[in-house]
Design a binder for this molecule. Structure first.
Ligand code: NAD
Length: 442
């Protein structure tokens, strides 16, 4: 089928590449010329495992362009995968989605199914359909389908080719049939991905309900972890004990310094905002948002409490990990940003290491901090280390080197990267999340 995808970010590009992989002719559209130039050379503008390989493998079915008119005019299906960032009041900003709608309305010369893959508040698909049909040329009809995306950054390609489910919300037979045809290769043969059809509002709600449930699980375990610290329990043992219950499972049970990224923070706030608008506040989600806000600064606050706010001025601190999680170069809402800001505010000298995120971090912090290409350089002669992201380079780092290279081997671990039994063998001070503190320095 002839398909266009609007937006070549984490969702749009991965969707476009996956659709080409199963045999469709896909044109990926973006307004960012630099991204298009890169992709035309076979380079991915985002860091995502296996993405570039597939872009090159299926290159004959993939086109990249900023010329939306050409891409949309006779497409059978147009996917919208542009951003829906948070507004200052917590609601979702739909300007990019409607921007694409304007481009589509201006370009279309035949009937088409427009698929909203961006995460949008419940009811948006109805409005988008009305908006498009009131603007397209006379005689053309657009059907809108909701098709929320569930991929995780870092494993986006795998999550798409072997998705847990494909959720499709439609209101008419035309959209229903076209969507079945688009996804047929994924529902048959080697993939056999469960394919769930429902009305559009339910599909939109599946996305928010799923993301917010996962965010809630994280905030819940973080609060339990904070309680473990004052009560003398060990969160690793507690979650191990919980995880054997199949109703709970072992995913999203790692205590840490809160969730970040482009989805959980904004999707929790957007659902809460929507629920208040409908005079039906989802209080659990509000609690989850509040808990995450304070959790993000928990590592900095531990450090500040240990040394006293006046004494930390002029200290040298190394930050290990910048991205909001391993496997991605995305910094959106990353706890590292809040912690570095707080450290700078208190006059601390900061150096940072991350295997892929430094270029973007430098755009935020310029020359106010030092950027290091490896962990050794980053921690050398530092007074303390703070671990923000559980990259394997950090998890597998030789603990002896903290002792050897740092001025004082004081480690604050926001991701519980190291077993306590290991850390107890070294002359370090080790503060992690929800676990006993180790004070082995004389
Ligand atoms: P992104 O910011 O990485 O990419 C958006 C892209 O859209 C950018 O490249 C931008 O230049 C482009 N764009 C903006 N206006 C355009 C236009 N008029 N025409 C063509 N391109 C245009 O966004 P993302 O992280 O991929 O997220 C997209 C949507 O998917 C959001 O609603 C998000 O909530 C949702 N989502 C994201 C993830 C994730 O892990 N990132 C997972 C599931 C759902």
């Amino acid at each position: 089928m002839k398909i266009a995808v609007a937006g070549t970010g984490y969702v749009g590009l991965v969707t476009g590449v996956a659709l080409a992989h199963i045999g469709h002719d896909v044109t990926c559209v973006d307004i960012d010329e630099d991204k298009i130039k890169m992709m035309r050379k076979g380079k991915s503008p985002i860091y995502e495992a296996d993405l570039e390989d597939l872009m090159n493998k299926d290159a004959e079915r993939l086109t990249y362009t900023t010329d939306y008119k050409k891409a949309y005019k006779d497409a059978e299906v147009i996917f919208i995968g542009v951003g829906t960032p948070e507004r200052s009041d917590g609601s979702a900003n739909l300007d990019f989605v409607y921007g694409v709608c304007d481009n589509i309305a201006e370009s279309l010369v035949k009937d088409c199914v427009v698929v909203v893959k961006s995460t949008v508040p419940i009811g948006t698909n109805d409005s988008v359909e009305e908006y498009l049909n009131s603007r397209v040329k006379k005689g053309i009809h657009v059907s809108v389908a909701s098709n929320p995306e569930f991929l995780s950054q870092g494993t986006a390609v795998r999550d798409t080719l072997h998705a847990s489910r494909i959720v499709v919300g439609v209101e008419d037979d035309y959209a229903r049939e076209v969507m079945e045809e688009v996804y047929r290769p994924f529902t048959e043969d080697e993939y056999k991905i469960p394919y769930l059809v429902m009305n559009r509002r339910s599909a939109e709600m599946v996305k928010y309900a799923s993301n917010d449930f996962l965010a809630l699980k994280i905030s819940y375990i973080n609060e339990i972890s904070n309680l473990c610290e004052v009560i003398g329990a060990d969160i690793s043992d507690v979650t191990r004990g919980m995880s054997y219950d199949s109703r709970i499972g072992n995913k999203f049970l790692n205590s840490g310094i809160g969730y970040g990224g482009s989805c959980f923070p904004k999707d929790t706030k957007a659902l809460h905002h929507l629920s208040v608008e409908y005079d039906n506040e989802v209080r659990t989600v509000k609690a989850c948002v509040d808990v995450n806000k304070t959790q993000k600064l928990r590592l900095f606050n531990k450090f500040k409490d240990d040394f006293g706010s006046r004494n930390i001025r002029g200290m040298d601190v190394a930050i290990l990990g910048a991205t909001f999680k391993p496997g991605t170069d995305d910094l959106r809402e990353a706890p590292s940003i809040d912690n570095v800001r707080a450290l700078l505010e208190y006059g601390v000298n900061v150096s940072i290491y991350d295997p892929v995120g430094l270029e973007r971090f430098e755009k935020l912090f310029g020359d106010s901090i030092t950027y290091c290409e490896n962990i050794d350089d980053c921690i050398k002669d530092k007074d303390a280390v703070m671990i923000m992201t559980e990259w394997e380079q950090i998890v597998n780092y030789d603990i002896k080197k903290y002792v050897k290279l740092m001025r004082t081997p004081i480690i604050y671990d926001g991701r519980n990267c190291y077993p306590l039994s290991t850390m107890k063998q070294y002359k370090v001070e080790y503060t992690s999340m929800g676990r006993e503190e180790i004070r082995n320095i004389d």
